[in-house]
Design a protein around this ligand. Structure first.
Ligand code: C5P
Length: 325
């Protein structure tokens, strides 16, 4: 998040998407949330946010899509909620003036990429920068946790091991060398609560092997795993998501879609978070771009079964080293 010298110029920042490289559900909490063990990485695919000082209240939000058209701001309520919570936490320590926010959306909604949570985290950091205010790291994390389970992760600005409901964040060094990621997002929203509800209804037990894979990867990433070594582990990682059966139940057709992608790409295909975004890993972003051509050709040829309304979105991206720029 950058604070320009001119205090009236807008603060601008990126709100990256995230990828779950592993997602183990290790228990259910008394508050109804699930206890997680997940290695998450930010992606270069990002929304853009800018926050300008407004003349008068209230805070406002203008949202534009990838094509520049205006989107319904009500769908992106996490941003204004984040500013409210941040203002409350700052209290009298700074003059938390009204803000006019502009959000450029690139990350699809309800897609397992935590776009809304990332927008909220970027709004917290952006509001603090716009107000010239600071919060202690623990206060910032508490504000983030109040906004949603995935929000604290985005304050780390890098890959991290996530535990608890999402509030325990241990930053990790790897992966190094910017591994490429191909994302294929079917044109259908899959709300996280729907998938967790399906998980709970089916007995709500994660698999011990997913937990072991997650612990192993977190250990390796703490030491700085290289891109090639991450790609070499794609097979085991693609199976390391306890929400996969629940997502498949909530979205009939996801299994056939994933199988077709695997057939077309010849690579393990993982599910990010609660889905429906699917990922494959590559040594570089260029390799992921080549794979995107293959997917687009297969879609035109009808080799991938339809799922949702219209064609899936295909994103070529990568996991940056350190904070995304
Ligand atoms: O925290 P957030 O509002 O993003 O969570 C959305 C929903 O996902 C929750 O209402 C809950 O149903 C489910 N969830 C969960 N355990 C988590 C995170 C989310 O059960 N650790």
């Amino acid at each position: 998040m950058s604070r320009p010298d001119d205090r009236l110029a807008p603060v601008v920042g990126l709100a990256p998407a995230k990828l779950n490289l592993t997602l183990a559900v290790v228990g259910r909490r008394s508050d109804g949330f699930h206890e997680l063990h997940s290695v998450m990485a930010p992606l270069r695919l990002a929304d853009r946010i800018s926050l300008a000082v407004a003349v008068r209240p209230p805070d406002t939000l203008h949202v534009v899509g990838p094509g520049g058209g205006t989107l319904d701001a009500a769908v992106y309520g996490s941003v204004l909620r984040a500013i409210d919570e941040t203002r409350r936490a700052v209290g009298r320590r700074a003059e938390a003036v009204p803000l006019a926010v502009r959000l450029e959306k690139r990350i699809p909604v309800a897609a397992g990429l935590a776009g809304g949570s990332s927008d909220a985290a970027a709004a917290v950091l952006g509001a603090l920068a716009a107000w010239g205010a600071e919060l202690e790291p623990t206060e910032r994390s508490e504000v983030a946790a109040r906004l949603g389970s995935d929000v604290p992760f985005f304050l780390a600005g890098r890959a991290a091991l996530i535990q608890g409901r999402g509030e325990r964040v241990d930053p990790l060094r790897g992966p190094l060398g910017g591994p490429g990621v191909l994302l294929v997002t079917p044109a259908v929203a899959l709300p996280t609560p729907t998938v967790f509800a399906a998980f709970a209804a089916s007995g709500g037990r994660g698999s011990g092997s997913v937990r072991m894979t997650s612990e192993h990867l977190a250990g390796e990433m703490a030491g700085g795993l290289r891109a090639a070594d991450l790609v070499a582990r794609a097979g085991v990682l693609a199976a390391a998501n306890d929400l996969l059966p629940a997502a498949a139940e909530a979205l009939p057709g996801l299994v056939a879609f994933r199988r077709a992608l695997f057939r077309v790409l010849g690579r393990p295909v993982g599910l990010s978070g609660s889905g429906p975004s699917l990922w494959t890993l590559y040594p570089s972003e260029d390799d992921a771009a080549d794979a995107a051509h293959v997917v687009r050709d297969a879609l035109s040829a009808g080799d991938i079964p339809p799922l949702g309304e219209g064609q899936p979105a295909v994103f070529v991206t990568s996991i940056p080293e350190g904070p995304p720029r």
